[in-house]
Design a protein around this ligand. Structure first.
Ligand code: NIG
Ligand code: FE
Length: 456
């Protein structure tokens, strides 16, 4: 049996500062910045046309002390390295074995940390129960809140490590992780702190987001003005506490008809921005709720879900897309699929209107219990009619932009983090094509080998 092995702390190949990834049939660099419109379908490929992957024109990626140094055809690249004072003897070699090399995948929307599971709801939904109906009856998010409040820090850490390892084994090297299953200050802080510390321990980078306004918790629900009272609690108690803790980089709100209104979402996100947390939001997941419009109005980094945006919401995102600070449309089609909803996000319209599209798992116990971005890419191809190249841009450079990290990661370009995946397929077009197959050969994080396939 062969299998994948996560290497704790990673391994610097042969203890050398340099790493040459060679023998690939295709290196997808995603160089050239954010993808929107027709460019979302242009991945920037180095391949070995008419020559052997290991020949002089075969594509090679050179890394040095955790960063990308260069990528290009072997002979040319090696000449440039030597001329630049990087002797070949200081590079370890990593064989891509005729596979594909891509940037490490980036998952810009996850609810990584929670306790328990909700398989019971799958059966309820099969019998016709609605997602928001289950929530209104005190189940859904609220049942995960009860389990998460009762969980120890150690249990949350162990859960986080387990699912981060799963994500890494599927090629993900950076994620965003939301709180939102505490809904009181103490538990929200605990979730943010665990997320932060898991990221600091590595190898997967974890960017924490405060999602205090994920649902109205039970202690507020019996009050006549419960939602508004909880919004004030978020503004007056949670937000200052979260800001003082300093772990959350972003703030998010579940802006949805019957949950938090666009106006309540605006108040929370604008207040969070004054504390230095960049806004993003759950927008129009189940019904048009003004989320896309709000994201454009406040200049959110990304508007997520967008399964049911209004025509005005799409117009607003298209207008924002024409500016220097576009709002990334982060689509979560595995959620729509898992909820058995018919209406998927209008990806073709968004791309056609020039809106940059990212994809994410939405990993959570209710609506999308998958850690795999490859699975999400498959659903995006089948249901959103995105091409495999568009889907790959959506989980690399555009996902980096959705996290404000486009200068640091998301493409194979000089100076960026050496976050790479070697896949056991000869072209990236096969990544969404083998659903549920185990396609990872090797994962490199900041130049260190963090996952490798054990030999037979
Ligand atoms: O993105 N809809 C809000 N939040 C998550 C689901 C959370 C849950 O059901 O536990 C989502 O779908
Ligand atoms: Fe979500």
């Amino acid at each position: 049996m062969t299998g994948l092995r996560v290497i704790q702390g990673g391994r610097a190949a042969e203890g050398l500062p340099g790493l040459l990834v060679e023998g690939a049939a295709e290196v997808v660099t995603m160089a050239g910045g954010l993808r929107r419109g027709p460019a979302q379908d242009e991945p920037a490929i180095l391949d070995a046309p008419g020559s052997e992957p290991t020949g002089d024109r075969g594509p090679v990626v050179a890394c040095w002390e955790g960063q990308i140094l260069a990528a290009g055809p072997r002979a040319e690249l090696i000449r440039a390295l030597e001329a630049g004072g990087y002797p070949l003897s200081r590079f370890a070699r990593l064989d891509a074995a005729g596979g594909t090399v891509t940037p490490g995948l980036i998952d810009p929307h996850t609810h990584l940390l929670f306790a328990g599971s909700r398989e019971r709801e799958l059966v309820l939904r099969q019998r016709g129960a609605g997602y928001l109906e289950i929530l209104a009856e005190g189940g859904g998010i609220l049942s995960t809140v009860a389990a998460t409040r009762a969980a120890s820090v150690e249990a949350l850490e162990e859960h986080g490590r387990r699912w981060l390892a799963e994500m890494l084994n599927h090629g993900t090297t950076t994620i965003e992780a939301k709180s939102g299953y505490g809904l009181d200050l103490a538990t929200e802080l605990r979730l943010l702190d665990v997320a932060f510390r898991l990221g600091a321990a590595g190898p997967v980078d974890v960017l924490p987001t405060w999602l205090g306004a994920h649902a109205v918790p039970p202690e507020y629900r019996s009050r006549p003005d419960g939602t508004e009272a909880y919004v004030r609690h978020c503004l007056d108690e949670q937000l200052p506490g979260v800001a003082a803790q300093g772990r959350a980089r972003f703030a998010d709100v579940f802006c949805e008809r019957g949950v938090f209104t666009a106006d309540q979402s605006r108040r929370i996100l604008e207040a969070a921005r004054r504390y230095g947390m960049q806004p993003r939001l759950h927008a129009d997941e189940i019904a048009p709720s003004g989320g896309a419009e709000l994201a454009a109005e406040i200049g959110a980094l990304s508007a997520d879900h967008l399964a049911t945006p209004s025509a005005a919401g799409i117009d607003a995102l298209a207008e924002a897309a024409a500016t220097e600070q576009p709002v990334v449309a982060t689509l979560l089609p595995a959620t729509t699929w898992f909820l058995m909803h018919d209406e998927f996000a209008p990806a073709r319209t968004l791309i056609g209107r020039g809106v940059p599209v990212a994809l994410a798992t939405d990993f959570n116990p209710g609506t999308s219990p998958t850690p795999s971005l490859l699975h999400v890419m498959t659903v995006a191809c089948l249901e959103l009619k995105m091409t495999p190249s568009e889907a790959l841009a959506a989980v690399t450079i555009n996902a980096a932009q959705a996290l404000g990290l486009a200068d640091e990661t998301g493409s194979i370009e000089a100076g960026k983090a050496a976050d790479l995946v070697i896949w056991r397929v000869p072209t990236h077009r096969q990544l969404p094509y083998w659903p549920a197959a185990d396609l990872v050969r090797t994962v490199v994080k900041r130049g260190r080998i963090v996952v490798e396939r054990t030999p037979a």
